[in-house]
Design a protein around this ligand. Structure first.
Ligand code: TXA
Ligand code: MG
Length: 348
């Protein structure tokens, strides 16, 4: 299959009649799959009402079939077609954070959604992305669109069209290239079927932001302690992994450099993930900055690109600095620790 790449560079003039959008929407309606940018990461979309279409997502990604997909919508009216029992706090979250990087897990209604989307669960994750291309495409397609991140399963999520192309060229019908995504980590997934909303995956909307609107928000035990099965099936898989193993080192620059020196002495070529503030402090085979520690949003935006860049470098091991868990730091550390398979060295 030849993968078409449509480049959209005049975002301010975007409308549903833009030829690339119309063409991609047509392909979605024909039950083929298309990648598109959202404000978080690129998604791989398919008509959520069609088994045939959704199956193609799992095939293209090599995704385990027990991992449900997020349904994307352009207008709140579409919710009526496939969810019920929206609690009051969920209405508040929708009012405040949609369109935006927040996925609500709600009670599924009826049988219009393909069972493959929900992986047999009686709940469904749904969000309205905050990106002009995504919204125009969803509106024009006029069906809810199931869309996981548009990477091969296990790889870092794509924040640029070139990442999607690298992973999925020849396996999907097309990619809409709208440049780099903004947030850089995926949406927050929040379970709204419980009395108190529960974060299943930290992401672009922070716990603190939601608590300011709805009061208490809890966090799935599996995110806090080891040994609990996650309520979000996708959270149990190894993810975001570059080819070289990753180790997170939590300590002073001096301590981090000692670890680098130790590995290099053993003959390993070490890559380092650091920040603008510290990039001149480290000596290693390759040092890459993923943003400013003083502004963690910049780190979220570039983390996956930096993980992917190391696949183009000749390194045997990647050592990453650690980040504080507050705000978007919770999502950054969740992804880094997954990339590292939980390998952490802490300075005593
Ligand atoms: O930002 C995002 O959310 C991106 C963009 C493309 O929208 N999408 C994304 O999808 O990250 P994906 O498939 O890579 O991750 C979806 C996560 C998985 O961890 C999955 O298990 C969880 O959401 N999920 C989906 N439906 C669920 C449900 N009904 N109950 C619990 N977890 C669910
Ligand atoms: Mg993903």
């Amino acid at each position: 299959m030849k993968t078409i790449v449509w480049t959209v560079d005049d975002l301010p003039n975007l409308s549903t009649s833009y030829p690339h959008i119309a063409q991609a929407a047509n392909i979605l309606r024909e039950n083929e799959v298309v990648a598109f940018p959202t404000e978080t990461v690129y998604g791989l979309g398919a008509n959520a009402f069609s088994d045939e279409a959704v199956r193609k997502i799992f095939e293209a990604k090599g995704r385990p079939s027990d991992n449900p997909l997020i349904v994307h919508i352009a207008s709140q009216d579409q919710l009526d077609e496939f969810v019920e029992d929206i609690p009051e706090y969920a209405e508040e979250l929708i009012k405040n954070f949609w369109p935006g990087p927040l996925t609500l897990v709600l009670q599924k209604k009826g049988d219009r959604l393909s069972d493959l989307v929900t992986a047999g669960l009686d709940t469904v994750g749904v969000r309205m992305p905050d990106h002009p291309i995504a919204l125009a495409l969803l509106k024009e397609a006029n069906v809810p669109v199931a869309a996981p991140s548009a990477n091969r399963s296990g790889k870092p999520s794509p924040t640029q069209a070139s990442h999607v192309y690298y992973d999925l060229q020849g396996r999907i019908s097309g990619i809409i290239d709208g440049g780099a995504t903004g947030v850089g980590v995926e949406s927050t997934v929040i379970d709204c079927t419980t009395k108190i909303p529960t974060i299943l995956r930290p992401g672009g909307v922070t716990k603190e932001q939601m608590e300011a609107i709805v009061g208490e928000v809890s966090v799935d035990q599996a995110l806090v302690e080891e040994g609990h099965a996650p309520k979000s099936p996708g959270m149990k898989y190894t993810h975001y992994a570059p080819n070289a193993p990753v180790i997170v080192v939590d300590g002073s620059h001096h301590f981090i450099q000692q670890q680098i020196d130790q590995f290099e002495k053993e003959g390993k070529k070490v890559g380092v993930i650091t920040t603008e503030e510290a990039k001149n402090d480290f000596r290693a085979t390759k040092v890459l900055s993923c943003g400013n520690r003083a502004n963690l949003q910049t780190v979220a935006a570039q983390l996956y690109d930096v993980l992917r860049q190391f696949d183009q470098e000749d390194v045997d091991l990647i050592i990453s600095e650690s980040f504080p868990q507050a705000g978007v730091g919770a999502a950054i550390m969740n992804r880094l620790l997954k990339a590292a398979g939980n390998q952490v060295i802490v300075e005593k």
